[in-house]
Design a protein around this ligand. Structure first.
Ligand SMILES: NC(=O)c1ccc[n+]([C@@H]2O[C@H](COP(=O)([O-])OP(=O)(O)OC[C@H]3O[C@@H](n4cnc5c(N)ncnc54)[C@H](O)[C@@H]3O)[C@@H](O)[C@H]2O)c1
Ligand SMILES: O=C(O)[C@H](O)COP(=O)(O)O
Length: 525
């Protein structure tokens, strides 16, 4: 039975869904890294929020793990390169908590403008400090949104509703989308020069880490207010402290910190700072959304093979999965065949998708071709790391598409180029779901692939088939199917034979010594 660990506090809906789908689930929250490392080997799936750190060390101990699901957006707590190298799919739930987090950013902007947290504490302390908590209006002010993706664009939309002027810096924001959102797209320095409020909504990357630093703070309007509900590492906290003390930054509202959990921080205790403990996604609605989504996505991946919101492998929708299934089988056969007959280093791989195949989601097909092609060389390859492994080995992979039907209604042609030659193998589907190999090295045939195959190339001379049949018969090996093809002019022939059991080394040797035989390869699928 497939087994999943939920290692962070999550809505009970996640465990319910896993159980309903027949997945065994353990909920062990608050474990130390050592405790997690000790038990992770038992699980096929790991469901996390931001508290669990799925480090390279944890991943190395996760010998059965197939999927890490993040019930939320940010995956900076998951070592994705290590997961990819280990063949573990990493998925998140990109939309489930976006509205909630955007609302938190707006709430933080109001709190900052009207000193709500401090005024609340003072009022309940019996003080009546009306003049101390003089605020500022949002109406007519300029909000600078840095990162205008899911959350940033919801923040922008809400701010437009508050009659703010919204400007945005996001290199990937198209002018059309900016217009649709009612925001003005700016360069970063222009945003710094114009914004009264700045709200951060980017992931943490090499280009965003420390983006709020002393140099950039100096470019901002004096008295600017900053809101960070994205990631702590976007802000150099020491530089922000100096700016808050000097008044260059009038206030900061922070939900996230350089080090979390932030039990202490150099910004704590400043009058003009409002803080929450990474609460951006913490509403009933968002937590139910992300829990349902992560449990469904992980179950689908583990039980059906469909892939949604994966960060390190191509997506396959639940509708596509059954349609792609026979193509995945065909792709695995083509890759497996080529991988087992290719003896020298592969330099490049070309995959032509023709007819109906050209209209499919071919990314997973290409991944499985590469996986099965390289599987004879390594145990650790799967669809997740196939592209990476090919790249690391300097194998150039290209795909081409031709939606015209040629000889077949649908066809996948795989061409492998080694230092010595280029070899082609093509396959189609009969009746939409039965894979058939239809061409090997330019020789036509219609071969069905079984678990044990024998691939023989020989001179096209009389007597060979009878001799081969006798050897297999003498060895007590039953022939299930026998497929032949030949190049009439060249005198070259191919036999692809399905046998009921593997051949012994002696029998293989006998076949190799038969007259006219060039090459003999046992193939397993
Ligand atoms: N506080 C919380 O609890 C909480 C909750 C949810 C999400 N988040 C965080 O919010 C962030 C944004 O989430 P999202 O769902 O909107 O992500 P998203 O991927 O939809 O949007 C991010 C945007 O940032 C832009 N971007 C990337 N690099 C940039 C750069 N150098 N400069 C400017 N823009 C850049 C991208 O083009 C994209 O449009 C993530 O870091 C996520 O982890 C925090
Ligand atoms: O990236 C996210 O989704 C947020 O940071 C939420 O984190 P949490 O699930 O730990 O609240």
């Amino acid at each position: 039975m497939v087994k999943v660990l939920i290692s962070d506090k999550m809505s009970p809906r996640a465990a319910e869904i896993f159980r309903d789908r027949g997945v065994e689930v353990d909920e062990l929250t608050g474990m130390t890294p050592e405790e997690l490392k000790a038990c992770i080997g038992e699980y096929d799936g790991l469901a996390v929020r931001s508290a669990t750190k799925a480090t390279a060390e944890i991943i190395a101990a996760a010998t059965n793990l197939k999927v890490i699901g993040r019930a939320g957006i940010g995956v900076d707590n998951v070592d994705i390169p290590a997961a990819t190298a280990a063949g573990i799919c990493v998925m998140n739930t990109p939309f489930g908590n976006a509205i909630t987090t955007a609302e938190h950013a707006i709430a933080m902007m109001f709190s900052l403008s009207r000193h709500i947290p401090a005024a609340n504490a003072s009022t309940q302390d019996g003080k009546w400090e009306k003049s101390k908590f003089m605020g500022v209006e949002l109406y007519g002010k300029t909000l600078g949104v840095i990162g205008c993706g899911n959350i940033g664009s919801i923040v922008a939309d809400r701010a437009v509703g508050l009659k703010m002027k919204v400007v945005a810096y996001d290199p990937f924001l198209s002018p059309e989308r900016a217009q649709e959102l009612g925001v003005e797209k700016l360069e970063l320095d222009d945003l710094f020069a114009r914004a009264d409020y700045i709200s951060l909504h980017t992931p943490i990357t090499d280009s965003t880490r420390n983006i709020i630093n002393a140099k950039n703070i100096a470019k901002m309007k004096p008295g600017v207010r900053l809101i960070n509900c994205a990631r702590g590492g976007l802000v150099v906290e020491e530089d922000l402290k100096v700016a808050l003390e000097s008044g260059q930054v009038a206030g900061a509202a922070l939900d996230v910190y350089a080090v979390e959990p932030a039990k202490e921080n150099i910004l704590f205790g400043l009058d003009n700072v409002v803080t929450t403990p990474h609460l951006g996604a913490s509403t009933d609605e968002a937590q139910v959304n992300v829990a349902i989504q992560v449990a469904e996505q992980m179950s689908d991946y583990l039980l059906v093979g469909s892939v949604t919101n994966a960060l390190n492998m191509p997506s396959v929708t639940a509708e596509e999965a059954p349609k792609l299934k026979p193509y995945m089988d065909l792709a695995a056969q083509l890759g497996g065949f080529a991988g087992q007959v290719t003896e020298s280093g592969i330099k490049s791989v070309r995959i032509d998708y023709e007819g109906a195949a050209a209209g499919l989601n071919t990314k997973p097909l290409t991944s499985i071709i590469i996986q099965s092609l390289l599987a004879p060389l390594m145990d650790s390859i799967n669809m997740v790391n196939a592209a990476l492994v090919a790249k690391e080995r300097g194998i150039d992979v290209t795909e081409s598409y031709n939606d015209r039907e040629e000889d077949y209604q649908t066809l996948i042609r795989l061409s492998i180029t080694t230092e010595h030659q280029t070899r082609d193998i093509s396959g189609t589907l009969f009746g939409d779901d039965r894979p058939r190999i239809v061409n090997i090295k330019g020789i036509n045939m219609e071969a069905e692939i079984g678990p044990h195959m024998l691939y023989v190339t020989n001179k096209d001379k009389p007597g060979f088939i009878g001799a081969l049949g006798s050897v297999l018969g003498d060895a007590g090996v039953n022939i299930a199917t026998f497929h032949l093809g030949r190049h009439k002019g060249a005198g070259e022939a191919i036999a692809l034979i399905e046998i009921d059991s593997e051949l012994s080394a002696e029998t293989l040797d006998t076949v190799r010594k038969l007259p006219h035989v060039d090459q003999v390869k046992p193939l397993n699928f």
